[in-house]
Design a binder for this molecule. Structure first.
Ligand code: NAD
Ligand code: GLY
Length: 362
């Protein structure tokens, strides 16, 4: 078992990472949130089938449709309706049980119903275990863009059971790995601790005989621990993304553009972020922020995790650039890019020339 804390003064909260933690959820809730509270679980139809036994242990379960396309106002309204019909009270507690979609929607429901109730994250995808369940970003999509409606609302507790990844398909594991690799490249900017995640991931890849993804199964606890430790460290220093937290978007400005010009259908978020990180490394090399040795090592690591797909090349430069200009993070018409400037260190730059950006695209 691994335990850490997101330090946010009176809103600090623990993250528990343990194989089999699902079997101890009731005890953990009582221990960390007190006894006698009613729990309202929010999940989706797919997870409800796979984890029926676990969910049977709860009286109030709200089940939403599965998919990013349901991360919208209608589903939000449905969740709030179900909570109100079941007479949720201020002292009750919402539990998000699922991936990032369920987590973001349940978190926002907790931020808004009755002007706010406590909630707990029990993430079940790799992406949600290493990223979205920690840090308090909640919300849903608007037809005009992703995640445009929401609030910062920190959970009271995060319970991560890496065993839930056993039921996840390889594509979803890959999308989480995109974010995992991101932490390896931002380690020295994110934390003073010396995890050496880059070397760790490199050694896992080297040691893997046969199937790399099979081999990862016995390392999830460590990988998740290193990842969320970095996320927790960044969130503790900059909860509302006034500055430092932007480093968590390493690879994302390029990546979001890849997702946008391919209608969010062709690649998963993690694959797009992986391609985005390669583009960020190319931009940093062209700007002479990093040397060729680090560039090669970094790009090799991303490729060795099978995250760059064969058809990830010849992206339309004009379309990509237009998509990058419409990114949420653009300010005063300047494209902001998180770029590496030393091994394992990144920084936000808003002065990268248009030509150089276009030249860095895959
Ligand atoms: P997701 O929630 O759509 O889950 C992916 C798929 O896996 C779904 O079909 C889901 O039903 C299924 N699934 C979940 N757990 C499973 C399990 N254990 N076994 C089998 N199937 C399972 O996708 P995601 O990648 O977890 O999250 C993506 C979402 O997260 C996006 O909406 C994104 O905007 C959001 N996000 C939020 C933050 C944040 O900080 N709040 C950060 C990153 C991403
Ligand atoms: N996933 C980026 C963040 O939480 O800030």
């Amino acid at each position: 078992m691994k335990k850490l804390t997101v330090e946010l003064k009176d809103r600090s909260y623990p993250i528990i990472i343990k194989d089999g933690a699902l079997n101890e959820v009731k005890a953990l809730l009582d221990e960390h949130l007190g006894t006698g509270r009613r729990h309202f679980v929010i999940t989706n139809k797919t997870i409800a089938k796979i984890y029926k036994n676990f969910l049977d242990g709860f009286k109030n379960v709200v089940t939403i449709d599965d998919g990013e396309e349901f991360k919208n106002f209608k589903t939000f309204e449905f969740i709030i309706g179900e909570l109100l019909k079941a007479k949720i009270e201020r002292g009750d507690c919402i539990i998000a049980f699922g991936g990032g979609v369920v987590g973001d929607m349940a978190g926002f429901a907790a931020a808004s119903v009755l002007r706010g109730v406590d909630y707990v994250q029990i993430p079940t995808t790799l992406l949600s275990q290493v990223d979205s369940s920690v840090g308090g970003k909640t919300g849903f999509n608007h037809p005009l863009g992703k995640n445009l409606i929401g609030a910062f609302k920190q959970p009271k507790l995060v319970i991560i059971d890496p065993k839930t990844l056993d039921t996840l398909d390889k594509r979803q594991i890959k999308t989480g790995l995109g974010e995992v690799l991101k932490y390896a490249f931002i380690e020295k900017t994110a934390t003073d601790k010396d995890f050496r995640m880059f070397d760790y991931l490199k050694s896992l890849q080297k040691k893997a005989t046969g199937n790399l993804y099979e081999n990862l199964k016995s390392h999830w606890q460590e990988i998740i621990y290193m990842s969320v430790s970095m996320k927790a460290a960044v969130v503790s220093k900059d909860e509302c993304e006034k500055g430092l937290r932007a480093i968590l978007n390493f690879g994302h400005t390029f990546g979001h553009a890849v997702e946008k010009i391919t209608d969010y259908k062709k690649y998963t978020h993690g694959e797009a972020v992986a391609a985005g990180m390669v583009m960020a490394f190319r931009a940093a090399l062209k700007r002479k922020l990093i040397d060729d040795t680090y560039f090669r090592e970094a790009v090799n690591l991303i490729s060795s995790y099978e995250l760059i797909l064969d058809d990830m090349k010849n992206f339309d430069k004009e379309k990509m650039f237009e998509a990058m200009k419409s990114d949420k993070k653009v300010s005063h018409a300047k494209i902001k890019l998180v770029l590496p400037f030393k091994p394992l260190e990144v920084q936000l730059f808003d002065d990268t020339e248009e030509l150089l950006i276009k030249d860095s695209l895959l």
